[in-house]
Ligand binder design. Sequence first.
Ligand SMILES: [Fe+2]
Ligand SMILES: [Fe+2]
Length: 371
Amino acid sequence: PGEYRSAFRRLIVTQGDTEPASVEQQRLLGHTAPRLYELRNLVKVYVEEGRHLGALVYLLHAHFGRDGREEAEELLTRHSGDADKPRILGTFNEPMDNWLSFFMFTYFTDRDGKFQLKSFAESAFDPLARTTRFMLTEEAHHMFVGETGIGRVIKRTLEVMKELDTDNVDTLRKAGVIDLPTVQKFMNFWFTSSLDLFGSEASSNAANYFSNGIKGRPDEAKFADHVELESEMTIQVPDGKGGLKNETISTRNGMNEITRLEYVKDCNVGVTRWNMAIKRAGVDFELSLPNSRFRRSVGVWSAAHTDPQGNPISAAEFEARKDAWLPTDEDKTFIHSLMQRVTEPGKMAGWIAPPDRGINANAIEYEYVKL
Ligand SMILES: [Fe+2]
Ligand SMILES: [Fe+2]
């Protein structure tokens, strides 16, 4: 029982740590909100992440005795990006100083949250299962902010591309919109960072969590076998000679990878929708998620380099080509230059299209935040 308790506690602390971490990351974005509608959504995300922290800290206090109370206290001492006491998971220490990253984060990283919470929703520890089911309903809003945010950035870019009849990056940047290759680079960064949050492809910890009912797979009910005692699966690993090979592992050991694959599928839904908008605009460009072997810092691919298609390459080649795949300092400086605060009701920044509709039957121009 002691081992179970500490496993549960560790999972609750790790999830609990991400909730205030994301608010810490996003805390300065209000200064550069592109319109009041966006500012209102940002504040709603803060409130809900704060509530998620409260729900998980409650579990620590109510069910884990002194250890739980001490862990809850420790949560208050860590801060996103802190040199001495950072947040537990890498993605939650990444700086977030622009709204494109915020939309990518709410699309990709809050979606990681969705899949973690779905796994907890299958837990034998009923208070955890019930709390996470409630949290999932709010996570849906965060992902909506991300999906529609990225969608409206793309929509605005497509409008200006049509107006100026160009896909020239410099011309578009001068016109104050975010070119599609830059959208792709930010997507590559946040998607791959979020992939690491699922942990190693083969994991005996993950197997123990599953076999002991500490957590399940997302939507466990849709799987035929809930025990997976003898079953196996295949993963790709580096072959040590600059290539890749298949490796057979037990399904129990592969729980992280199974969850990650479900996550990737879910991420693709929005990408398909954005691509439809690009196609409808008659623009010859397609966004795509990089392969899950690309730019990994956790798991079997963390020591290897690949291109975005997942083909193994040398460290030197990665270094030579990475500026085409990931945001450069120049890209970041450009994005920062667009981040200007617009808070007059009815006005908005030029790099993002207005939302399709307002909130709670209010107009888009409604004064959503009283400053
Ligand atoms: Fe949350
Ligand atoms: Fe969230």
